[in-house]
Design a protein around this ligand. Structure first.
Ligand code: ATP
Ligand code: MG
Length: 608
């Protein structure tokens, strides 16, 4: 097909949109791929629709290749199934709930485990019917607390979600492995740089789960990797080796267990409510220590409802002074309650809690549970707040002077922490989550009592997996990883067009040569964008760079020598090519890099 730019529904913008903070958002708006309708809600313009369709076509082809069958469930769903699994409530304010004219409760699907389970339960009854993989490419709704970065985090977005139904755990392992491989092929074909990391299962339930992450500095996820052994995990679940801790100011052997620690001593530490001034003060007083010898006691309010008025409960979280609390891990520990750092009004209401000088000793008696990081191990001694203004306590020993109610991995992983597998220093990087695969097990089939008859005639509980790809988010992730100062630079497999033909000037022979190249490229099965607008060369070039079709054919001065210039946006390379050779040059050498047109839905079929 040939798309003349003169009639393309497109207006590029010279200015960055004011609300756009990240490059992909800025460029997708400026180059005319998307337009904002409301927070986290976007319209796809023709260019954007084409890229989304091409990404979806790759996803569909790879899902079909592992035996997946495409269906389409409604987005508007009844409350009851979600009530049964508890997600009507557990999803919290993220769920879009609505009421129909009869007062019935409905929701806009954030993900479809409930409906898929019920659907298959309604049709299948024997182990012989399994395994089954069904999927859909569908619009999902989540009232995200912080919709941002354009289509990276939308409140309405397009997801491919698939679901496997198998007779046993071995079947689930196979379906999971199939999806894992299909996802590797998908993201490779999409030209994405990605990592597979161990992940948390979250509201989805189930056991094994991995995320596919596209590294980029603007990503909202952080993941850890070990360059030596390949360990990779989302920071929310990353393990680290915890080396045994020496007691403050002395080697571990000198400490000799809880009995070997000197008794707690109170010291005056005026104006030292934070770790740094405290360490400086004690050092000056001749007590050698580092921030890692101090125990930070952070107070959080735990609330079920809104965070206003008195807290439902207050809890203390203990981490070493050189560590930060990981908010995600704390959230998991206290869920479904929400943890918020104690603020001034909370302290005012509880004068026994001395801001800046809180320590763990005696908190239990005040009804404040103590949650300790794993590093705060039994028999270790720490410097803590003394619960008295301007005072700290030395030699506070875990298990002797206080006992934590819960011990969990609560401190954030830091760059250089030892890898849990091999001990080498870990790296931390940011990324966008583009896919997520889960072994759900029997969470949903238990709820809905989905059994099939086994080979022995006895009922057998079905095992499930669920697997998501953020289609619209992947488009933004690709843009995030593939752009330069001038604009987008699409990988060939997902570009809205294969070639962008730009005639320079209005001379008839130039325009005729450009039209001829477009016609020949079209005949060769390529999708062509032809700049027939007759605009100034500078404008045409700027738009071509902005739009990001990877191969730009410039018809201009070189025409006098029977040649055109080919600009490769990916490499920046510019090359003169004889008119006769243009089509061979612009046809992707590797046919697999392009979307398989045969039978594929959407615009891919139209392109063939
Ligand atoms: P996140 O942690 O980023 O909120 P999630 O873990 O809630 O994502 P899943 O429930 O695993 O996401 O959904 C599957 C895929 O759908 C994700 O891997 C992601 O690519 C995509 N996705 C999730 N939420 C959004 C959103 N708000 N906008 C666009 N894509 C999304
Ligand atoms: Mg996820």
């Amino acid at each position: 097909m040939i798309q003349p730019m003169s009639t393309l529904f497109l207006r590029t913008l010279r200015q960055d949109p004011v609300d756009a903070e990240v490059p992909s958002h800025r460029l997708l708006v400026r180059a005319g791929y998307i337009r904002r309708v409301a927070a986290g809600i976007y319209t796809l313009l023709p260019l954007g629709k084409r890229v989304v369709d091409r990404v979806a076509a790759v996803v569909r082809a790879e899902m079909d290749a592992i035996g997946g069958q495409e269906i389409l469930l409604p987005a508007l769903l009844p409350r009851e199934p979600y009530e049964q699994t508890g997600r009507w409530t557990d999803y919290g304010p993220e769920l879009f709930r609505l009421t129909d004219r009869r007062g019935g409760d409905y929701l806009l699907g954030p993900t479809h485990e409930e409906m898929m389970t019920l659907l298959v339960k309604g049709e299948y009854s024997s182990y012989r019917d399994l395994p089954l993989v069904i999927y859909q490419v569908q619009t999902k709704y989540r009232d995200e607390p912080r919709p941002r970065s354009g289509i990276i985090r939308g409140r309405e977005f397009i997801m491919k979600d698939s679901y496997s139904f198998t007779a046993d755990d071995a079947g689930l392992d196979r379906a999971y492995a199939d999806h894992r491989q299909a996802y590797q092929r998908i993201f490779t074909r999409l030209g994405l740089d990605y990592r597979i990391v161990t992940a948390m299962s979250g509201a989805m339930g189930g056991s094994r789960s991995e995320e596919f992450l596209a590294p980029t500095p603007i990503g909202e996820d952080t993941f850890v990797t070990c360059a030596v052994c390949g360990y990779a995990a989302n920071e929310e679940v990353a393990e680290v080796m915890v080396p045994p801790r020496a007691a403050a100011g002395q080697p571990p052997e000198a400490a000799g267990g809880p009995g070997g620690h000197p008794p707690v001593t109170r010291v005056a530490t005026p104006d030292a409510p934070n770790v740094e001034p405290l360490v400086a003060h004690l050092m000056a007083a001749g007590i050698p220590l580092t921030a890692g010898d101090v125990l930070k006691t952070l107070l959080f309010r735990l609330d079920t409802g809104p965070v206003a008025g008195p807290a439902d409960q207050i809890a203390a979280v203990l981490v070493p002074g050189d560590r930060e609390v990981d908010p995600d891990r704390l959230a998991t520990l206290v869920a479904p309650r929400r943890a918020t750092l104690l603020a001034e009004p909370d302290f005012a209401a509880r004068p026994e809690l001395v801001r800046g000088y809180v320590g763990p000793v005696g908190l239990g008696a005040l009804g404040i549970p103590v949650f300790a990081d794993v590093r705060v191990s039994p028999a270790t001694a720490w410097v803590t707040g003394a619960n008295e203004p301007g005072h700290h306590a030395l030699n506070v020993v875990v298990g002797r002077d206080f006992t934590p109610e819960r011990v969990a991995r609560l401190s954030a992983v830091a760059v250089g922490d030892p890898c849990p597998v091999c001990g080498s220093p870990l790296a931390l990087d940011r990324a966008i989550e583009i896919g997520h695969i889960f072994q759900l097990g029997r969470k949903y089939t238990d709820t809905f009592g989905f059994d099939v008859t086994g080979p022995d005639g006895a009922p057998q509980r079905v095992t499930m997996g669920s697997y998501g790809v953020g289609i619209s988010r992947a488009v933004a992730a690709i843009a995030e990883q593939n752009h330069d100062d001038a604009g987008l630079v699409w990988p060939a497999a997902v570009a809205p067009y294969d070639v962008h033909v730009v005639p320079v000037g209005r001379k008839d022979e130039v325009r005729a040569a450009a039209a001829d190249i477009a016609a020949r490229a079209d005949a060769a099965g390529l999708a062509v964008l032809l700049d027939d607008r007759g605009v100034a060369a500078g404008v045409a070039f700027a738009d071509a760079d902005l739009i990001g079709v990877p191969t730009i054919v410039i018809v201009g001065r070189a025409l006098a020598d029977g040649e055109v210039e080919i600009h490769d946006r990916t490499t920046g390379h510019r090359d003169r090519v004889a008119l006769a050779d243009v089509i061979t040059r612009v046809t992707p050498a590797d046919g697999t890099a392009r979307v398989a047109p045969v039978g594929a839905a959407g615009s891919a079929a139209g392109r063939a």
